[in-house]
Design a protein around this ligand. Sequence first.
Ligand code: HEM
Length: 332
Amino acid sequence: MTRSSITFSRRYSLLMIMFFALCLVAKAQLRTDFYQATCPDLLKIVRREVQSAIKTEMRMAASLLRLHFHDCFVNGCDASLLLDVTDSEKAAAPNLNSARGFEVLDRIKSSVESACSGVVSCADILAIAARDSVVLSGGTSWKVLLGRRDGLVANQTGANNGLPSPFETLDVIISKFATVGLDVKDVVSLSGGHTIGLAKCSTFSNRLFNFSGTGSPDSTLNQSMLTDLQNLCPLTGDGSNTAPFDRNSADLFDNHYFQNLINGKGLLGSDQILFSSDAAVTTNTKSLVLSYSSNSRLFLSDFADSMVKMGNISPLTGSAGEIRKNCRLVNS
Ligand code: HEM
C-alpha cells in the first residue's frame, strides 16, 4: 500500500468513527435538564396549567395522555399531531371527533412562551403534560427526557395506518407497537393508560349485539356490564355516548384496568383480548395482565418505563425541525 493510500484509509476510518459517534450523540440527546438554563421554570409552568385544566375537567388528564401517545406513534414525538394543516393528523380516523385537549396545549404553550420565548418545543410540552396528567390522577411519576424539536409536516396516512384500532387482533396491535420499537410488555403496561378516561359507543358497540357476525354479543364481556352498555349504546343510537374505561374509578390512575380484564370488564375489544384471546397466552399478554392486576407497584413502575420508551420514539434533535411559536402552525 502506498503512503497516500494509508493516509486516505486512516482519514476515512476517522471520519467513519466521527460519524458513528455523532449518531450516538444524536440518539442520546434527550436529557432531563435540557431547559435548565434556558427555561428554568418550565416544569412548574406546565404543572400549573395541567392542574388548572384538570380542575375544570378531570377527564382532561386522560385526553392529554392519549395525545402524547397519538403524537409519538406517528413520525415520532414531534408534535405533528398538533398541526392545523390540510391532511392533518387531527382529521385521521383515530383522532377525528376523538382526540381532545388541543386548547389546553395552546394555553400551556402561551404561558411557556411568556416565560421563555422561542425555546421550548410543543413536543416536549406534550411529553411533560402527559406525565403531569398521570401524576395528578394519582398515578406514578417519571423524569421526562427533553430536547425534542417540532416537526414541519403532519402525516395523516401515518396516523390512519400506524395507530392501533380497537377492532384489530392482538397480533396486529403488537406489530404496530413493534414498528415503533415497543415490545409486548410495553403494549400491556401502556394499555393500562385505559384506567382513566372515556370511550365512545362507536368504539366498542361492535361487541354488544352482533359480535363478528355471530348474532350474539362478545362472550368475553361480563353480563351486567353488557346490559349497561347495551342500554347506553342502543342499536338506534349515533354512537356518541361515552362510557368510562374503568367503571369504579374512572379518574384514578390505578391498576383496576387489569383487574377489570380478569372479570370480563374490559371496554374495548382491544382491551379484553389482552386477557381473553388465544393469542394472549402465546404472546404472554395474559400473564402480564395477571401480574399487573395483583401488583400495582409493578404496573406503575413498568408503565413509567414504557412511557419514557414511548417518549423516545424518533425524536427530532439538534437542528432538525424547529421550535414552533404556535403549536398549531409551522413557523413561517
Ligand atoms: C393498545 C392499543 C390502543 C387502542 C386500540 C386504543 C384505542 C382507544 C380508543 C378507541 C379510545 C376511545 C376514543 C374515543 O372514544 O373517542 C381510547 C381512549 C384513550 N386511550 Fe387508548 N388505545 C390504545 C392504547 C393506548 C395507549 C398506549 C395509551 C396511553 C399510554 C392510551 C390512552 C388512552 C386514554 C387515556 C384514553 C381516554 C381519552 C379521553 O378520555 O379523552 N391508549 N383509546
